[in-house]
Structures are given as C-alpha cells and as structure tokens.
Design a protein around this ligand. Structure first.
Ligand SMILES: NC(=O)C1=CN([C@@H]2O[C@H](COP(=O)(O)OP(=O)(O)OC[C@H]3O[C@@H](n4cnc5c(N)ncnc54)[C@H](O)[C@@H]3O)[C@@H](O)[C@H]2O)C=CC1
Ligand SMILES: O=C(O)C(=O)[C@H](O)COP(=O)(O)O
Length: 376
C-alpha cells in the first residue's frame, strides 16, 4: 500500500509503516502525478485536495487531513467518488487555546496593562475558542462567547452578539472556520467598518484563518489607530503575508498557533485510528509512547504566582517572543514562511510541565490552566 504523507507530519513512520510504504511529499507542491498511485493520502492545511489533484488516481482508499480546518479539501468531490475522508477535529485545540492565552499575557506585559481584570470576547466557541476560554476562565478572566450557530443548536452556554463583544470586550480572539457563503459567513467578518468600530485600546487576536479579517482594511485602520494591538498568526495570501501588516502587529507568527508537539501528534494519531478502523486493523499503538519527556522535570512554587510569574512559567513551555523574532527576520526570504513552519521546534503544551506547590492553597487554577503535577 502506498501511503503518501505530508513531510511535516510527525510520527508517521511509527504509526503507518506497518501498513505500507510511507512516502513523504512537500505539501505546497504536491502534483497529480505524485498522487497517481497513492492508496492513502495524508495532508495538512496547505495542500488543496480537489479534482485536479485526484482525478488521475483510481485506487485511493482514504484521504486524511491532520488538521482542524477542512477548507483546503473538496469534500463534495471526495463524497461523489466514495473516497472516505477524515480530518482531526480538536487535535490542536489546546495548542491554539494556550497560544492565544500566552499571547495575551505577553501583550499585557509589553504594553504594561495587566490581563487580569480585562474582558475577553471569543468569536467562535468550538474547540479552539473553548480551549482559549478554558485558560482565561482558569485565570479568572471574564469571557464573552459569540457563536450564533452553537446558540441556535441549543448549546447550554451563554452567548452574546458580536456587537456586544465589540462594545464590551477589551480583547477579541477569533476562532471561526473560514466560510465564504451563507448567513454566518466569516470571510472578512472583520471588514473595514467593523475594524473601524473597534473600541479604544482593543487587542485583536487572529489564530483561525487570515481572511476572516480584511487584511488591507486592517492596515488602513491600524495606521490611524495606535491604540489597537494586533496578534496575528494567520494571514491573507499565505505564505506571503502583507509586509506592512507584519510590521503593524505586536506579535506575528506563520500559522503555528496549533503547532504544539502534542497537537501535531494527536492529528497524525487520529488519522491512524481512522485508517485502522477503515481497514479493520487493530489500532494498538499508544500516542503517549510517542511523545518525549519534557526537558524540565518540575517547577516548585513557594508562593502562588502573580501575572508576571505566570508569564515566566508559560515561557518555559512556549516563548512566543522567539517565534515572533524569527518570523520578522525570515518571512521575506524565499520560502521564508514555509521554512519557518517546517523547521519549527514544536513547543509543548502546559500539561508537559509538572508543578509542585509547597503547602500552598488556592492554586487549583494552575491545574485548571492545564499544568500537571500536584501539591507536595
Ligand atoms: N492557526 C492555527 O494553527 C489553527 C487554526 N485553526 C482554524 O481555526 C478554526 C476553528 O477551529 P475549531 O475551534 O477547532 O473549529 P470548530 O469547528 O470546533 O469551531 C468553530 C466554531 O465557529 C463557529 N462559527 C462559525 N461561523 C461563525 C460566525 N460567523 N460567528 C461566530 N461563530 C461562528 C461554529 O459554530 C463553531 O462552533 C478552524 O476551522 C481552522 O480554520 C485551527 C487549528 C489551528
Ligand atoms: O488545524 C488547522 O486547521 C490548522 O490550521 C493547522 O494547525 C495548520 O497547520 P498545517 O496543517 O498547515 O501544518
């Protein structure tokens, strides 16, 4: 069996090599000729899976995307040709949630305005939005959720309108899929009018899809509004973001909010489980066996951390400043955006770091944030 895999998908050898030959490919330049004899095709978000890519293949048994988003896959084409498909919903939700939370802590430190006490509006309350809310609520931050689709489905949480978020939130974090049609379409959900209406000193964080914000309009508005602060992980026109916009963001990264080692491993693992199920094979491998131990064994607290100490703790797990710096230095190089993604040293999730507390009370919020370990 020929198993074609994106070269940026970790753990494919231990998970798939028992089932066939694992053949890596570059996700941006994959051609129909390369796919011609594939039995299984495993992609990431940068490969457009459509008729043009697949028409010459008559033996494909499964297409998997180790991602949350599916906007790069022509699902109707796959359904029409009876090719089973699976993505990996939720695989990197914790990574995105922690990324957004860490970005807020970093920004708070940079502009000298504490996160504690602010109100955060989350647009899109699915897996990544909920993971972001979980971090914020663990830290005692008031969260407003906007998700008209979930609200209509009867989700029991409280929801507010986007206008309420615009009026009341100090920070807005975007967590919607990209959709281009329909009542709740998200393409340019933040257009010039909405961006201009952001209240004074709003922080806007985008780690979902670049074109949820009109990037040209964002440049125009931001050039007039020094009070707005931007954290941008995703961009219109990836892998070539607008350089003027990169310069205007406080933190800028190349679509790596979901790039925790755990998140990427979960993505591959979910496809492994799906393929085993499809082929009627036992899925007897264990995700935890794949992950390395973290390089810090334990951090012991003598007093409960304040916001500055919390940021220092978060930086043990992921120092966003490093990625921001590398990105600014390299994104204009040829293939700079993709090279940084390819060589990204996967950060870990909070759960990789064990905390110890010496007879401290009132530290449950740290385990609610996701750190592991218990009091001593
Ligand atoms: N930067 C990165 O590395 C990553 C980016 N993503 C992106 O984030 C998106 C969201 O991921 P998940 O939260 O896991 O997806 P999800 O499907 O679990 O949640 C998305 C939520 O957005 C809601 N929604 C849709 N249209 C909306 C609108 N107009 N207004 C408000 N809410 C709306 C949906 O009802 C749903 O609850 C993905 O589709 C993907 O494009 C996901 C993972 C990593
Ligand atoms: O899961 C998604 O959706 C994402 O946006 C991915 O985290 C992006 O990573 P790649 O699939 O492009 O490596």
């Amino acid at each position: 069996m020929n198993i074609l895999v994106d070269e940026n998908m970790p753990y494919v050898i231990p998970l798939f090599s028992d089932m066939g030959e694992v053949i890596p490919f570059n996700g941006r330049s994959l051609t129909s000729a390369q796919v011609h004899d594939a039995d299984v095709l495993l992609v990431r978000s940068i490969t457009n899976v459509n008729a043009e890519l697949l028409a010459g293949n008559h033996r494909l048994k499964f297409v998997g995307s180790a991602t949350i988003g599916t906007d790069h896959v022509d699902l109707a084409y796959l359904a029409k040709h009876n090719i089973p498909f699976s993505n990996a919903p939720g695989c990197n939700a914790t990574a995105v949630g922690e990324f957004a939370f860490i970005a807020m802590l970093e920004l708070a430190q940079r502009v000298n305005s504490p996160l504690k006490g602010k109100v955060v509006g989350i647009v899109g309350a699915g897996n990544t939005g909920t993971a972001t809310a979980k971090c914020l609520q663990a830290y005692g931050i008031k969260v407003l959720l906007n998700d008209p689709i979930k609200a209509a489905e009867g989700d029991s949480r409280s929801f507010v309108s986007l206008d309420t978020i615009m009026a009341q939130a100090d920070i807005i974090s975007l967590h919607v899929p990209i959709t281009r049609t329909g009542e709740h379409k998200t393409k340019h959900l933040f257009d010039e009018a909405r961006l201009s209406a952001l209240k004074q000193n709003t922080w806007l964080i985008n780690c979902c899809r670049g074109d949820v914000i009109d990037n040209q309009a964002l440049i125009k508005v931001k050039q007039k509004r020094a009070d707005l602060k931007l954290v941008l992980d995703v961009w219109e026109g990836e892998p070539k973001p607008l350089p003027e916009l990169v310069a205007l963001a406080e933190f800028a990264t190349p679509h790596i909010a979901g790039y925790s080692l755990e998140g990427k491993a979960r993505g591959t693992f979910m496809l492994y489980q799906k393929l085993c199920q499809l082929l009627n094979l036992p899925a007897d491998k264990n995700l935890l066996d794949l992950l390395p131990t973290f390089n810090i064994k334990e951090v012991e607290f003598m007093t409960a951390p304040n916001e500055k100490a919390l940021l220092q703790l978060a930086r043990f797990v992921y120092d966003l400043r490093d990625d921001d710096q590398i990105f600014r230095n390299t994104f204009l190089n040829q293939n700079g955006f993709d090279t940084m993604r390819k060589n990204h040293l996967h950060r870990r999730e909070f759960s990789a770091l064990a905390l110890a507390y010496n007879n401290l009370s009132d530290v449950d919020w740290l385990s609610n944030l996701g750190f592991s370990g218990v009091g001593k």
